[in-house]
Each structure stands twice: as structure tokens, then as C-alpha cells.
Write a protein that binds this ligand. Structure first.
Ligand SMILES: [Zn+2]
Length: 319
């Protein structure tokens, strides 16, 4: 006959066995926490460190700065695991191999290692601090990427700041890169761009400013138009002279110059120095003896030409 074990005598399950094991180890850890608490109170902590045993079954140690602000916090949980924070940012502590606090010496080892840590100073220049007091640092998607921290000292820290650095007063890479943005913002605030934009829409200007703007605009336009007309006239005159002038050969030209020179003295004696006839003669003599492009006509001759052309174009053309 086969024997069957009654249900009430069955062995306890693996799950229940593990749970009870955990409970036992936690109870032992809590007992150790209470033991460590008593032992710590009998010893002197390193300078600036204080113990805060406010929570039940938790050990907490804090480093207080000279101006009474909390910088580091070292917390031991009831299962003896621990973590360290700097201004509420969790940091890694090198040189501690154990994951859990084994005895009172480990507590002092952690505190000594924390004291050796170098912290990224962020961007604590006064010229940047005032920027952070008046604005938020957002990326192009509108997400904050850096902010002003006031504990333990005022500094602008990037949100990806590693906090711990390899050497004293050395910034982490993200805070160092963000420094370029801060310099650019500072420069923008210190040297603001002129508000007199070239393309300000005059719709937004007040009446007096609008008048000034329009007057300056039309004066400039007028100048351009006048110059354009003058250029067109000159071009037209050049093409007219090219097509309608009569070319004389070199021997005829030298004969005419010779005749004019022979009669120059007689004409100069006949007409007074200030007379129009004398001016006309001198201008013509100068025109035939000077290269074409270097001649400058006397204003009175130009006026006379315009007057004559106006009175009778055919008389003018025949000359
Ligand atoms: Zn940093």
C-alpha cells in the first residue's frame, strides 16, 4: 500500500523560504544599523561632517559648508546599502569596493573618499549669474537645459553636469560647452543691436517719424532718378554727335586752325575782354586745339547753345 503525506505536513515552498530568509537578513541589518548608530555617537566625525539620525532605521551624514549650507549627504538604508548626493544630485564614490556598509570603518572610509572628490564649479562668474536671474535657459524645443543653483554657492550648472570632475576647479564637459552660450548671451545683453532697422515697416511708426522716414526715402529716390536722367542725356548726346557731326580731313582741320591763329590777334583787339564775342572766339579756338575729351565748355557758351536750340533748332543745327 502506497503512503501519502497529508497536506498539512507538506514542506514549505521555495518562495516562502526565500521570503523568510529576506526578513531575517533585514532584521539583522536593522539591528546592525542601531548598533552603528550607538557606535558613531561615541566617535568624532571628520571636520564639517554631522550625523542626522532623524529617520528610523536610516543613518544620515551631512557635510556643512562654512556658511551653514548642506553640500554632501551620505545615507545608509536599513538594508545597509548606501548612496551619496551633492546638492541633491547623486554621485559615485570611487575607492569603496563594498556595496553595503559592513562596519564603522566603512562609514569613515566613505566620508574620507567623499572629502577627496572634486566638484565641477559650473559657471559661477558674476556676469553670468545675473543672466540666470532674469531668464530661463531653453533649447530650441523649449526644454530647460541649465539652471541657476544657489547651494552651496551660486552657479549655473548644465542639467547634464557630471558634478564630479578629475581635478579641482575643472569644469565638466557639458558646463564648459555651455559657457560659450553664456558668453554669447552676455555679449548680446551688453551690446544690444541698434533698433534703427533699415527695413522697419513705416506702418508701425508714429506720424513724425513716418514723415521723416518718407522724406529721406523720397530724397534718396529723387537723387537716383536725376542721376539716371543725366546718364541717359549724356548717352543720347554722344550717339547724336556720333551720327550727325561732319568729319573734316586733317589738312582742312590744320588749315582752319592756321586761319584762326592768323586772325586771333585782330579779333582780340576788336572785342573787349569781357564781351561774349571774345568768349565765343576763345572757346572755339580752344575747342579745335584741345583733345575732344579734355575740353570744358564755359557755362555761358552752354547757356547760349541751349537758348539758341530753344529759339530755333534749325539755326542751331546749321552751326
Ligand atoms: Zn558641470
Amino acid at each position: 500500500m502506497q503512503y501519502r503525506m497529508p497536506r498539512k505536513f507538506s514542506l514549505c515552498s521555495k518562495k516562502h523560504f526565500k521570503q523568510s530568509q529576506k526578513e531575517v537578513s533585514l532584521r539583522l541589518s536593522i539591528k546592525k544599523i542601531h548598533y552603528l548608530k550607538i557606535k558613531i555617537q561615541q566617535q568624532q566625525l571628520p571636520q564639517q561632517w554631522v550625523s542626522l539620525f532623524t529617520a528610523k532605521n536610516i543613518l544620515k551624514f551631512c557635510k556643512i559648508t562654512e556658511d551653514d549650507k548642506v553640500s554632501y549627504c551620505f545615507t545608509v538604508h536599513e538594508d545597509l546599502s548606501f548612496y551619496v548626493t551633492y546638492c541633491s544630485n547623486r554621485i559615485e564614490v570611487n575607492g569603496i569596493e563594498d556595496e553595503k556598509i559592513a562596519n564603522i570603518e566603512t562609514i569613515f572610509d566613505v566620508i574620507n573618499e567623499v572629502d577627496k572628490i572634486h566638484i565641477c564649479p559650473g559657471n559661477n562668474d558674476d556676469k553670468f549669474i545675473y543672466l540666470a536671474e532674469n531668464r530661463k535657459f531653453l533649447n530650441i524645443e523649449g526644454v530647460p537645459i541649465a539652471s541657476l543653483q544657489t547651494i552651496p554657492t551660486k552657479t549655473i550648472r548644465h542639467h547634464n553636469c557630471t558634478i564630479v570632475t578629475s581635478s579641482p576647479d575643472k569644469r565638466c564637459i557639458t558646463c564648459n560647452n555651455f559657457r560659450k552660450t553664456l558668453f554669447a548671451l552676455h555679449h548680446k545683453v551688453k551690446y544690444p543691436k541698434s533698433t534703427n532697422k533699415t527695413f522697419t515697416s513705416h506702418r508701425f511708426l508714429i506720424d513724425t517719424k513716418k514723415n521723416q522716414f518718407l522724406r529721406a526715402f523720397f530724397r534718396k529716390e529723387n537723387r537716383f532718378v536725376k542721376k539716371g536722367i543725366a546718364d541717359m542725356k549724356l548717352e543720347k548726346f554722344d550717339s547724336y554727335a556720333e551720327t550727325n557731326s561732319i568729319a573734316v580731313d586733317e589738312s582742312t582741320a590744320s588749315d582752319m586752325i592756321k586761319i584762326m591763329n592768323e586772325h586771333n590777334a585782330q579779333i582780340s583787339a576788336t572785342y573787349s575782354e569781357n564781351s561774349f564775342q571774345k568768349l565765343f572766339w576763345d572757346s572755339q579756338l580752344k575747342a579745335v586745339t584741345t583733345p575732344k575729351k579734355s575740353i570744358r565748355w564755359h557755362p555761358s557758351i552752354i547757356k547760349w547753345c541751349i537758348y539758341l536750340r530753344n529759339k530755333s533748332s534749325s539755326a542751331y543745327e546749321s552751326l
